[in-house]
Ligand binder design. Structure first.
Ligand SMILES: *Cc1c(COP(=O)(O)O)cnc(C)c1O
Length: 406
């Protein structure tokens, strides 16, 4: 017997069929993983770019690590497909893309509030969103000290009541900021409050068009009243929902997230656009077992078998991004056949009832989300079941799940 300290961990494992495996390199598909189809992102980007037309720029929103798809992968694919610019939420997300060699315009959608953050933004050529005069002045000072113009976009609140200048002040503030020596005011934008559930499931129209209409009118009013020498001022307003539902919302650029990843803001959205979901979540079955009728399964015995059953344990749990609120509500696909998940979803594992598909063996792979043959499981289904939204479902897959780009 060797004791632990004598075992060389760079040893190769010789398997029964004579092949060797390097123990230092772990297989991303050994447990649970996310598969990302970068060609799908590229195609979605191309489809969206064609849809908005030549005169409108496409900003690919890749915040939250590209909605869980991997920001670098998504950014590169989107740009290949024709996206013009990138949008991120934080400074760190922007810097990460610069370090990955992306040199297009990047807009930081979140608020940067102090001179260190804004200095980094300048240094890494990231465009900050400015919602107050205080930060505009910091930018101007930084520009002066660094002998260059600080490129910014100004945000105006047209009814989201989050970031942005108050509509009543924006005219005055715009002139003030535009006159600052070391600022280049390159864009002005606003954000729509209506993104998803306000689209009618039958007509695919906005249920509350009056509110988007108000935001549109307010934004147009603001644009009419500002004066700038910059004839290339980039005006933008639409998210995915706005982009897909009304071309009057497009202006000079649209900022798309969800649709780039292949989803419509509501399920069954009728559209001619052939967007393709880019993400799959897969997990391996680690154990198959037969149990008697009336046996409690998992924590709290939330589920008891109603018959003699065959169960499969899958190596994925809520720490991997599958919300515990989905316990007992979802199904996974194996070879296109759906098998129901039973019992409470645990941190690292969950159980499926495979009585109806009893040929399943340990080591086989389940598709929890995405396409498997003819079967498609959408993040909309999960979010409907857990009181969430598809955006949140997608950006939960982080930390532990390796990503495999196909
Ligand atoms: C996240 C975000 C978007 C993208 O929204 P989708 O609904 O995913 O298309 C656009 N604009 C801003 C300001 C955002 O924060």
């Amino acid at each position: 017997m060797k004791n632990m300290s004598e075992i060389n961990r760079s040893d190769k494992l010789v398997t029964s069929d004579g092949t060797t495996k390097d123990l230092m390199r772990s297989d991303p598909c050994s447990r649970a993983w996310v598969e990302v189809d970068s060609k799908a992102i590229e195609n979605n980007s191309r489809i969206l770019k064609d849809f908005i037309g030549q005169d409108c720029l496409l900003m690919a929103v890749v915040k939250a690590d590209g909605y869980g798809h991997g920001a670098e992968t998504v950014a590169k694919a989107a740009l290949l497909g024709g996206a013009d610019r990138l949008g991120v939420a934080t400074l760190e997300e922007g810097i990460e893309l610069r370090k990955a060699g992306l040199d297009c315009q990047i807009l930081v959608l979140g608020n940067l509030i102090n001179s260190e953050q804004l200095f980094s933004s300048l240094k890494w050529d990231l465009i900050p969103t400015i919602s107050s005069i205080r930060e505009a002045i910091i930018c101007n000072n930084l520009g002066e000290r660094n002998d260059r113009k600080f490129v910014i976009h100004l945000k105006v609140d047209t009814g989201m009541t989050r970031l942005g200048f108050d509509c009543n002040q924006v005219q005055e503030m715009f002139s003030k900021i535009d006159s600052l020596e070391n600022i280049s005011l390159a864009g002005i934008y606003s954000h729509l409050a209506i993104a998803d559930k306000d689209l009618d499931k039958k007509t695919e129209q906005l249920i509350n068009p009056s509110f988007t209409e108000i935001q549109l009118t307010t934004f147009e009013e603001v644009l009419k009243n500002i004066h700038t020498s910059n004839k290339y001022l980039c005006r933008h307003l639409a998210n995915s929902a706005g982009t897909l539902s009304d071309s009057r919302l497009h202006f000079d650029m649209v900022r798309v997230g969800l649709s780039l990843y292949g989803y419509f803001p509501i399920n069954n959205f009728k559209s001619d656009l052939n967007l393709k979901p880019a993400l799959k979540v897969k997990a391996r079955i680690t154990l198959v077992r037969n149990v008697e009728k009336g046996v409690g399964v998992g924590y709290g015995h939330c589920f008891k078998t109603q018959r003699k059953s065959k169960l499969a344990v899958a190596a994925i749990g809520y720490a991997d991004g599958v919300s515990r609120a989905l316990s007992g509500k979802i199904s996974a696909s194996i070879g296109g056949v759906l098998v129901p998940q039973v019992g409470a979803i645990a941190m690292d594992q969950m159980v499926f009832d495979i009585t109806e598909k009893s040929d399943i063996k340990a080591g086989q792979v389940l598709t929890l989300l995405g396409t498997d043959g003819e079967t498609f499981i959408s993040p909309h289904e999960w979010s409907d079941l857990s009181g969430s939204i598809p955006w949140e479902v997608l950006c939960s897959f982080r930390n532990r799940l390796p990503r495999v780009v196909t």
